[in-house]
Design a protein around this ligand. Structure first.
Ligand SMILES: *[C@@H]1O[C@H](CO)[C@@H](O)[C@H](O)[C@H]1NC(C)=O
Ligand SMILES: *[C@@H]1O[C@H](CO)[C@@H](O)[C@H](O)[C@H]1NC(C)=O
Ligand SMILES: *[C@@H]1O[C@H](CO)[C@@H](O)[C@H](O)[C@H]1NC(C)=O
Ligand SMILES: *[C@@H]1O[C@H](CO)[C@@H](O)[C@H](O)[C@H]1NC(C)=O
Length: 459
């Protein structure tokens, strides 16, 4: 009898744990897919150079070099180094916020949006804070500052971005940010700019816009095409790195653009997300056509990740509006529609430019594959930010963004999918890059792209 009760209790506890954990609450049988779709391809030498465009997920230094990031961004490196210098566990700028900060989850300038999770952080604040102070010191650097690929702290990440790992796979060193005027651009350049938006700058004079990690009014996507055109012009004139790039042997990568637009406007009344999507996709289409005009042939265009799974949106949206993954349902619906629309637009462009190959990189699918088997990828924390406030279930607080005072860096960033609550970790970027290259998460596959380039198969 008693034994049955224990077993039953155990089952109830297990069930509760299952329900409480957003990642486990969804489909349990898709993890094997990761391996079923393995594509073995050696990309080394497939392209001579890479030109990248996009937003914060692709920017490896342009926003920093042009002074557009808030001063605290990258401050996490001081936190990490401070720990090292001080030896163990001083953590004065970190975990000392045990009490009192718990209720601070309210969004500056947000009236009604942040309901459910703010109360969650109120109750959690004391607990996580008190359990913490000083605990992070030892292993902080390992797996965070040293992850391969990019220069940690130059972008909004602790290390490499998808584009950096892609360059690795192509056998070239990560292409430097265009705004580094002393860099060597012979393998290509990265034009991506954090905070790039589909909206005109004038729009951002609206006072309720969430600025997050950015200091200035964000630049529109077309800025990046201007930079690229200047780059080409300069090369033609024999300036810059000299030779004009070999366009037919270059890979053009367009990372996600404007994901943060959806967050920034969360408090702007009556702004339709479908209007925003259409606007954004037309900007991307303009960028693509501008590049084609310059002779680009092979292009990968990334869809948006399910940003509703990021702490930012989990905090801003009511806890009652969750999807089967435990993510912000409305936001993810918007992203889903956006990605559908983007793919349709790419189809039209493919018809218009049959001499080109446009590949859609399905970030949504790649993310979901990683999420559904996150342990297999070495992650322990699918939703919690590595760097941020200690308050709340997601280590995220809009008043204490990663790098600002009273924030901390987790012990092992490679165990977290989310870096600062708004962007992913280097480890996650690495996993996503692998999903794009080997996991069948692009359409057509990268393998097919390379075969088309070599003339082995026709479109
Ligand atoms: C499990 O896999 C099958 C076959 O691929 C699929 O039809 C089904 O929807 C999956 N179940 C869940 C819960 O994802
Ligand atoms: C990939 O190809 C390059 C050159 O074609 C070669 O040097 C390298 O060893 C290959 N890598 C693997 C893992 O096979
Ligand atoms: C710019 O590029 C040079 C040469 O590669 C490098 O030494 C320097 O660290 C870079 N600066 C920044 C801020 O990225
Ligand atoms: C938003 O829409 C509501 C209802 O359609 C309307 O009453 C309100 O004036 C609109 N607000 C703005 C700022 O356009």
């Amino acid at each position: 009898m008693a034994k049955h009760t224990v077993v039953l209790l155990g089952a109830v506890v297990a069930l509760l744990a299952l329900l409480a954990s957003p990642a486990l609450a969804h489909n349990t049988n898709s993890t094997t897919n990761i391996y079923n779709t393995n594509i073995n391809i050696n990309l080394s030498g497939a392209f001579k150079s890479v030109f990248a465009f996009g937003g914060s997920g692709t920017d490896n230094g342009n926003a920093r070099l042009t002074g557009q990031l808030q001063n605290f961004v990258g401050g996490w490196k001081n936190i990490v180094e401070g720990h090292l210098a001080a030896g163990l566990g001083t953590g004065s700028s970190t975990g000392s916020d045990g009490g009192g900060e718990g209720a601070s989850g309210t969004v500056p300038g947000s009236a009604g949006g942040a309901s459910g999770l703010v109360s969650a952080s109120t109750s959690e604040g004391g607990i996580s804070g008190s359990a913490s102070a000083g605990g992070d010191a030892s292993g902080t650097v390992s797996g965070s500052a040293s992850s391969g690929g990019g220069t940690p702290g130059n972008g909004l990440c602790n290390g490499g971005l998808v584009i950096d790992y892609l360059c690795d796979a192509l056998g070239i060193s990560p292409v430097p940010p265009y705004q580094n005027h002393t860099a060597d651009f012979s393998d290509g350049a990265n034009f991506a700019l954090s905070g790039s938006t589909a909206l005109p700058e004038s729009f951002f004079n609206h006072k309720n816009i969430l600025s997050l990690m950015l200091k200035n009014v964000p630049k529109r996507i077309d800025q990046q095409l201007q930079w690229f055109n200047n780059f080409i012009q300069k090369a033609k004139n024999g300036g810059g790195s000299g030779t004009k790039p070999d366009m037919a042997n270059s890979l053009f990568w367009i990372g996600g653009v404007g994901a943060q637009d959806f967050a920034r406007i969360h408090n702007v009344p009556n702004l339709s997300s479908s209007w925003l999507s259409k606007n954004n996709i037309e900007q991307v289409a303009n960028l693509i056509q501008g590049l084609v005009k310059q002779g680009a042939k092979y292009m990968v265009i990334q869809g948006l990740p399910p940003v509703g799974c990021l702490p930012l949106h989990l905090l801003l949206s009511p806890i009652t509006e969750r999807d089967q993954n435990g993510c912000a349902a409305k936001v993810n619906k918007v992203v889903m529609n956006h990605n559908e629309l983007l793919q349709r637009r790419l189809g039209q462009l493919q018809k218009k430019f049959p001499q080109c190959v446009f590949v859609y990189a399905d970030f949504w699918k790649a993310y979901m594959k990683v999420l559904s088997g996150y342990h297999q990828f070495g992650f322990a924390e699918p939703f919690k930010a590595c760097c941020g406030s200690r308050n709340g279930v997601f280590n995220f607080n809009l008043r204490h963004l990663c790098g600002s005072p009273k924030t901390f860096v987790c012990q092992d960033a490679s165990k977290h999918m989310v870096w600062d609550g708004v962007h992913f970790t280097a480890a996650m970027h690495h996993a996503i890059a692998k999903m794009f290259i080997h996991g069948g998460c692009t359409h057509p596959s990268i393998e097919q792209l390379v075969e088309m380039k070599m003339g082995k198969i026709r479109r």
